[in-house]
Design a protein. Structure first.
Length: 328
């Protein structure tokens, strides 16, 4: 099923893989399946390298995400020079970035958490709005659930297309947000179990075994690098010790300076650091930041990314009806 935003992005299926990490193999596999694979570019330096690596794996469109809590113009320029033409922005004012992308004949997506944020994003010239409900995993901006948020954003910005994010984990969720007026669904947690995602086996096991209540919202548990940045991750021994201590602020959290694991490079991971455990990470894996959204209870098996995409769109009709969205 192709919606108008599919036409805009050059994809066949109304599915977007959330930019969790920079994994070219995963992004390429999702794009090859007809959906939109995404890369995290915020911590990629130089950003152009991961774009070129992904482009070598697929001839289909893919996107790159930047968290614009600070100046990311250099990384954006590197990505655009490498050929990226679909840019996702989050957690900041897109002013300045939109023109930079449009000058390269690219498309800008902006993630928002309210109808008012959506209006401001459209006023800045963004091409697509991503309405992220608070059920989402990882970084979460909204305090509104996906079900009421999506139609409010659709009504606020029509005819600008809206993609729904947060708590979507299977074909039922995809069909639900399309019925609410969204033109595509944005998923991260479900793709944690894609075969192409180099996730540590312990992290995979925790995802597979998790209940929907295990994905907890935290205002300031992990040191994500900028202030006022709430996030959602699986409950673990680190979060339990912090809660038992009364949720103390940074500087007085239990075990705060303790090295609990190491990245494959050998670099130490300190407790409360937002370093998701990938293949090759060693140490106390369970105590690390295990990002996941409330749809985690729907992620139950490891599958190729192409199978996940096919399952997600299995409940959609060929002709979507967006007439429920207001046109004024």
């Amino acid at each position: 099923m192709r919606t108008p935003v599919c036409e805009l992005l050059g994809i066949e299926q109304p599915i977007v893989q959330a930019p969790m990490v920079a994994v070219p193999r995963l992004a390429a596999a999702v794009s090859d399946a007809g959906a939109l694979g995404m890369l995290t570019l915020t911590w990629s330096d130089p950003a152009g390298d991961v774009v070129r690596e992904t482009a070598a794996l697929t001839d289909r469109p893919f996107g790159g995400n930047l968290i614009i809590d600070s100046d990311r113009h250099r990384q954006l320029e590197e990505a655009l020079e490498a050929g990226l033409r679909i840019v996702s922005l989050f957690w900041g004012d897109p002013a300045g970035y939109v023109e930079q992308v449009h000058d390269a004949e690219g498309i800008v997506l902006q993630t928002v958490g309210s109808a008012e944020q959506a209006r401001r994003a459209v006023a800045r010239g963004v091409d697509v709005v991503v309405a992220q409900g608070w059920e989402a995993g990882g970084h979460v901006r909204s305090q509104v659930a996906t079900l009421p948020l999506v139609p409010a954003v659709v009504d606020a910005v029509t005819p600008v297309p809206v993609i729904a994010a947060g708590g979507i984990g299977d074909a039922r969720g995809v069909a639900a947000v399309v019925a609410l007026g969204a033109q595509a669904a944005w998923l991260g947690t479900r793709f944690l179990l894609a075969q192409e995602m180099p996730l540590h086996e312990e992290y995979r096991r925790r995802v597979i075994d998790a209940a929907e209540t295990d994905a907890q919202w935290y205002a300031d548990l992990y040191d994500v690098g900028w202030p006022d940045a709430p996030h959602r991750a699986l409950r673990n021994s680190t979060s339990e010790a912090w809660e038992a201590a009364g949720r103390p602020p940074t500087g007085s959290r239990p075990g705060e300076d303790e090295v609990i694991a190491h990245f494959p490079s050998g670099e130490a991971i300190v407790r409360y650091e937002p370093g998701a455990p990938m293949v090759g990470t060693t140490g106390d894996i369970e105590a690390l930041s295990l990002w996941a959204g409330q749809s985690v209870a729907l992620a139950r098996q490891i599958q190729p990314a192409a199978e996940i995409v096919a399952e997600l769109v299995s409940g959609l009709s060929r002709e979507p009806d967006h007439r429920l969205a207001r046109t004024s």
